[in-house]
Each structure stands twice: as C-alpha cells, then as structure tokens.
Design a protein around this ligand. Structure first.
Ligand code: NAD
Length: 411
C-alpha cells in the first residue's frame, strides 16, 4: 500500500515510501530559480533521482510553496552501494573479538556490509568455519543481490602482535571459502593485497594517512577507508582528524574512499558523503547492538559513556591505540611515562586478557577498544533498526542541507 505521509509524523524504519518536503532544494536546484524566478513545473526529475529508480512523483507546484513527491524505496546510491550491491552505504569495521558471524550477518542482512575479523579466529581453519557459519545466517535475498562479491567481508589487520599471525594463511583460507570482499589495515599490506587481488577480490584498505592510501592504491586496492584520529584501535602516529583527512582524500585519492573514525549515526554518514566519501565505516557503534556478541554490561557501559572516555596507549612505542579509559589503560600510560618497553606492558595490553572484558562484562579486566563515538551511542538497537535509522537520518540531513541553498537575486 502506498500512502502519503509526512516524514516527521511516521519515522518507523519500515516506512520506505516517504513523503519528503523538498521545496527549498527543488527551488535551489532549479536552473531558473538560480536566476531568482520560480522554477518551471517541467523540471527534470532525473536531476533529483540521479540514477535511482524512477520516482513516481506528484509535484504540487513549487514556486516558493512546500511541495512533496512520492519516493518509492528511495536509497542513497554511491559507488560503494553500486559495486557491492549494498542497500545502505555503510560498512562494519574490523573489530578484534567483536567481528563474529552473528554480528557480521546481521549487519549485512540489514543492508550494510558486515565484516568478520580474521584474527578473532584462532587459526585460518577456524576462520573458514566462521565464514561458513556467517554464510548460513545470510538472508537468501541479500545473498542473491550480492552474488558477485558475496554478502560480507573479512578484515585482515597487519599490526604488531604478541604471537605473529599467519596473515597469508588467513587470506588464503578466506579466499578458498569464497570470500571476495576484504578490509585490510595496518602496515606493509603489499603481500596480502597481492594474494587477494590475484583472486579477483575487492579490497578496501583502511589507512590513517593519505600517503599510505596512495601506496595502497598503487598496490591495487579498490577503495580506501580513511580513518580519522577519532577512531577506535590504531589511529597511526600523525594525529590528523577525520575532517582534514577526508577532505584531503577527496583532493588526492585516485580511488573511491569511505570515511572511518568518528562515524556513528545518520549525521555522520551525511557528513562523510559531503566530504567526498562514498560511504561510512562504523565499528564501535555496532558493538552496542543486540546481535553483537559482547557482554551486555559492556554494551550498557558504552551507552553511559561519553566522548571523553577513551584514551591513547602505546604512543611511546609508536603503536598508538585508542582504547576505553579504564584502570588498565591508565596503568599502561603510567608505565609509559616511566619509559616502559613493550615487554613491561605486555601482560596489561594482551588481547587474550582484553577478550575477557567482552566475555565476562568486567570493564576493568583488560584493555578493550572503543572510539570517541562512544559519546554518540545512546541505545542498543538491532542492526536492522540501527541501519534503517542511519539511512533515514542521513537522507533527512542531506535534504535539510540542500534546502540551505536558496536563490539569491542577481545584482
Ligand atoms: P595482541 O595480544 O597480539 O597485542 C595486544 C596489543 O599490543 C595490540 O594492540 C598489538 O598491536 C600490540 N603489540 C603486540 N606486540 C607488540 C610489540 N612488539 N610492540 C608494540 N605493540 C605490540 O593483540 P590481539 O588482541 O590478539 O590482536 C591481534 C592483532 O590484531 C593486534 O595487532 C591488534 O592490534 C590487531 N587488530 C586490531 C584491530 C583494530 O584496530 N580495530 C582490529 C583487529 C585486529
């Protein structure tokens, strides 16, 4: 059933046929309105749909009045959604101990791109089993829509590790299990990107510096994930915030990019698109969802947290990580002030210890990763609710932004 309704009245996620008030943006975009005259009724509708399915609209005239038109399953289309057949330009970031099958599948089933984290699995064989489990949880319709590259991806992060992982083994296991979308991150990705590209995979390389992104593009990465200082985990050592990094990427990146770090809601997604990105990557936000397999107490803790509750550790070792500001993190920082070496802090920062935080719900049990977006997390929705809300809010913000452009009289 198609109903005319005001987006402000019905904000339910299922309300896909939305009545959008767009008077100002129609006027602003109209060629004649630029000259200060009311626009013609015969304005090209393609202008507003830009490659979307045809809008079955009913223009009520828009010469300065509120107007609306029917939008049938309106979505934001970008090179990210078009290439990977996503319904929403949103990617779940790799998250150690969090990027597991149930969450990755839920994010993909919600229309975004779910991501398994390879190193969360103890061996490449275990990763293969996790891939099969994820696949079994994917909605058949989503699997059909994404038949070219698959419904979800695998993150491979290349950073110093206490027990150096068999990165290529993980990459090959994922490829053999049929995965064709990868998020790589960290240093020296050349060997892994090479293996992935030889198998025709789509590689999104996450980086915290433009120079690293340019290198990854040379190596054959298909897309960059530009990770600002606000991010959870490893932000690099340059301390450049997302606003500047993304604007620089828009100037310099030879390949499309998504925005990572500081992304948590529809406003973030709209801002990412305004900065030239073709989508947004979110990590911490997906931790606080119903399908995330971390302890409920940690999810509740994230909801109560503010943007000031994270801290950088391991800066003195040039392996900076943004983590939750708990007792262990503060102890690590104290030791770093006393010029501690990695061996001195290893028992504190060990991932095996941090894993217990998520399993037992004890906030101070070890180091756990969180981004500044903790301050933007206010609830624990399902992935479906969250993704629908982000999409709807992003559309609303973009519509409002477009409406700021109003005709000016010619002097
Ligand atoms: P781990 O137990 O091997 O190491 C714990 C922390 O110490 C990590 O931050 C690691 O980078 C750092 N570290 C290890 N050896 C080091 C050394 N010699 N010098 C300086 N720092 C050192 O880590 P884990 O929890 O088992 O995770 C495995 C790897 O995957 C780590 O490198 C981790 O950072 C990485 N990872 C990061 C993300 C993310 O940033 N979002 C996601 C997935 C994986």
């Amino acid at each position: 059933m198609r109903m005319k309704m005001d987006a402000r009245c019905d904000r339910s996620p299922s309300n896909r046929n939305r009545f959008i008030v767009v008077a100002k943006c129609l006027r602003a975009a109209s060629p004649s309105s630029a000259a200060g005259r009311p626009g013609p009724r015969s304005i090209s509708r393609d202008h507003y749909t830009r490659g979307r399915r045809p809008v079955r609209d009913r223009l009520d005239g828009y010469g300065g009045k509120r107007v609306g038109f029917w939008l049938d399953a309106m979505t934001i289309h970008t090179v990210l959604t078009n290439t990977l057949k996503l319904r929403v330009p949103l990617v779940m970031g790799g998250m150690q101990w969090v990027g597991k099958p149930a969450l990755a599948a839920a994010v993909s089933n919600a229309g975004a791109l779910g991501m398994l984290t390879a190193l969360t699995q103890p061996t490449p064989e275990a990763l293969r089993a996790a891939i099969e489990e994820t696949r079994s949880l994917i909605d058949p319709q989503i699997a059909k829509e994404r038949s070219q590259y698959g419904a979800f991806g695998v993150n491979i992060t290349l950073l110093p590790a206490i027990v150096p992982p068999d990165y290529e083994g993980y990459a090959r296991a994922a490829l053999e299990a049929g995965v064709r979308i990868f998020e790589t991150a960290g240093s020296n990705p050349e060997p892994v990107i090479k293996v992935l590209k030889q198998s025709g995979a789509f590689v999104i390389h996450k980086c915290t510096a433009i120079r690293h992104g340019l290198k990854a593009a040379q190596l054959g990465a298909d897309m960059l994930s530009i990770d600002g200082l606000e991010c959870a985990g490893h932000p690099g050592e340059d301390d450049i915030g997302g606003l500047v990094l993304l604007a620089l990427a828009a100037e310099k990146s030879p390949i499309p990019f998504i925005a990572s770090g500081g992304m948590a809601n529809g406003r973030s997604l709209a801002a990412a698109l305004a900065l030239g990105a073709c989508g947004a990557n979110m990590g911490t936000r997906f931790m606080a969802t119903r399908e995330s397999d971390i302890h409920d107490k940690i999810k509740a803790h994230l909801v109560q947290s503010s943007e000031r509750d994270t801290v950088h550790i391991m800066r003195s070792l040039r392996n900076t990580a943004r983590v939750y500001k708990n007792k262990v993190a503060l102890e690590v920082i104290e030791k770093e002030k006393q010029r501690a070496q990695f061996a001195d802090i290893r028992p504190l920062v060990s991932g095996q210890r941090g894993k217990k935080v998520y399993e037992n719900g004890e906030v101070d049990a070890g180091i756990w990763t969180a981004g500044q977006t903790a301050g933007l997390i206010h609830d624990i929705p399902t992935c479906k609710e969250l993704v629908a809300r982000i999409e709807r809010d992003a559309e609303q913000v973009m519509t409002q932004s477009a409406a700021l452009i109003t005709p000016s009289p010619r002097l």
